[in-house]
Design a protein around this ligand. Structure first.
Ligand code: SAH
Ligand code: SF4
Ligand code: F3S
Length: 453
């Protein structure tokens, strides 16, 4: 259908994981094609799109608050519309569908995770006909590869290699809102990567809820190591991926950390719990010992690799003893970054049916004590960086100080350095500079630029 959104402005608010961030880039690409103009704030926007997450309760609650408060923001002067168009999509859109318009009658469009391609058409229909435009599909017919994208940064690209998830961890809503796992043909992935490299992209991050099982549905066996090889051969400077399920992390993939030049020495390997009993309840399908064994193998392939993980505290029935096992695992592994979450009950998941007598204060205390361990270990592991010169991909300037460059080291650590004299920070964005590290804090390193890489 041919139509235009010319003269209209839009902004997209994105919550949740990189999958959503990538979907938003596709949405933005499509709205640009329809000639709508991106703007930074809701005040300036004729069309507001929320791309939502429901992995934990907090994200749900936040969406409702934000969508309600938009009612009070007047439409900009000069808008071609009589009323601002509000669209909600992503994982809450997929989960709640039509129901959202009962709770938030001023919503115009609801879409899901399998039909972002329909969004411009739904917006046009809402402008033309009014009423609620709701479209939710049960699953995607194909891998949505043909949509345009408008990337946030010219030098970095997300590249989805699988969508959906088949793992059904017992606490997790993702398989219900993202559908079954589908892999994208290797040739398509490589073609997109080559186009990015030709366009000057320095860093590609491969995306999937579990990249390690890539290819099982297409080729009958996981072929993630082949994806890594093919991507390395494109000449991309930096290659990363997320997320990796420990049960499917193969020796071949581990070995690539030692052999592929572009594969950055950083692995996010979510453990969720250090107690084999809880891991079983979570349906994670590995044990504490198996996980620790993987860490040993990864470190032997790439001794200075940086590791990060996700942990859930307060899974129903977690005892003090289970928790201590998580804490000791975190201490033992030594992570550069740990994303700690308090268990959040998600209706429709098997864990939501398990009663839990553990008082909230006990869970909070466990959580707080874990955060301390995490901070200590991040601080300690950063100290040996002092005195080293690291190649840093400049992402821009620090949020707090426009004269300080901010970027990432190969280990995915944030690095700060003053903008060198006579240089405009914009000119360094997306380039790799060498930084001599002089100070190491818990969450960042700082130093001075000593030259281009
Ligand atoms: N597919 C990815 C991550 C998806 S969600 C993976 O498996 O690694 C990101 C993180 O959110 C998970 O790793 C888990 O730690 C956390 N999470 C998921 N469901 C949760 C819940 N119900 N309560 C608290 N944290 C949760
Ligand atoms: Fe959720 Fe588990 Fe799938 Fe990750 S692997 S998205 S935690 S079900
Ligand atoms: Fe959230 Fe959906 Fe990602 S629930 S974590 S945005 S897959």
């Amino acid at each position: 259908m041919s139509f235009s959104l010319s003269g209209m402005t839009y902004c997209i608010h994105t919550f949740g994981c990189p999958m959503n961030k990538h979907d938003s880039e596709r949405i933005s690409g499509m709205l640009d094609t329809k000639e709508a103009l991106p703007v930074a704030t809701i005040e300036e926007a004729d069309i507001v799109v929320f791309v939502t997450c429901c992995v934990r309760e907090a994200a749900d609650v936040r969406l409702y608050g934000q969508v309600q408060s938009i009612k009070n923001i007047p439409l900009r002067e000069g808008s071609p519309l009589r009323k601002r168009i509000l669209a909600v999509g992503g994982c809450i859109g997929q989960r709640d569908g039509e129901k959202l318009t009962n709770e938030m009658p001023h919503l115009d469009v609801v879409f899901g995770t399998h039909n972002i391609a329909s969004l411009p058409m739904l917006i046009a229909a809402a402008i033309e006909n009014g009423g609620h435009q709701v479209e939710i599909l049960e699953s995607a017919a194909d891998f949505p590869t043909s949509l345009p994208t408008s990337r946030e940064h010219a030098w970095a690209a997300w590249l989805p290699i699988t969508i959906g998830c088949n793992n059904f961890c017992s606490y997790c809503i993702v398989p219900y809102v993202r559908g079954r796992e589908k892999s994208r043909p290797l040739e398509d992935i490589v073609a997109e990567a080559k186009a990015y490299v030709d366009a000057g992209v320095k860093e590609i991050t491969l995306l999937g809820q579990n990249v390690n099982s890539y290819g099982r549905d297409l080729y009958g066996e996981p072929r993630f190591a082949d994806v890594l090889d093919a991507l390395d051969a494109t000449g991309v400077e930096r290659l990363r991926f997320a997320t990796s399920h420990p049960k499917d992390l193969t020796d071949e993939v581990i070995e690539r950390f030692g052999t592929l030049k572009s594969l950055m020495p950083y692995l996010h390997l979510p453990v969720q719990s250090g107690s084999t009993r809880i891991l079983k309840e979570m349906n994670r399908r590995y044990t504490r010992e198996h996980y620790l064994d993987l860490v040993r193998k990864v470190r032997s392939a790439c001794p200075d690799i940086a590791l990060s993980t996700d942990v859930i505290v307060g899974f129903p029935g977690e005892t003090e003893e289970d928790f201590q096992e998580t804490k000791s695992l975190i201490e033992q592994v030594g992570y550069n970054q740990v994303f700690t979450f308090i268990y959040s009950k998600r209706e429709g998941t098997p864990a939501a049916l398990i009663d839990d007598p553990t008082p909230r204060e006990v869970i909070q205390r466990r959580f707080d004590s874990l955060v301390e361990v995490v901070q200590d270990s991040a601080y300690r592991l950063n100290q040996p960086e002092v005195g080293r010169t690291l190649p840093v991909l400049v992402e821009g300037v620090s949020k707090r100080d426009g004269l300080i460059l901010a970027g990432k080291s190969p280990h995915n650590k944030t690095v700060h350095a003053p903008v060198p004299e006579g240089v405009r920070p914009e000119d360094l964005e997306g380039t790799i500079v060498n930084v001599l590290i002089s100070e190491a804090k818990t969450w960042y390193l700082s130093g001075h630029v000593v030259g281009a890489s």
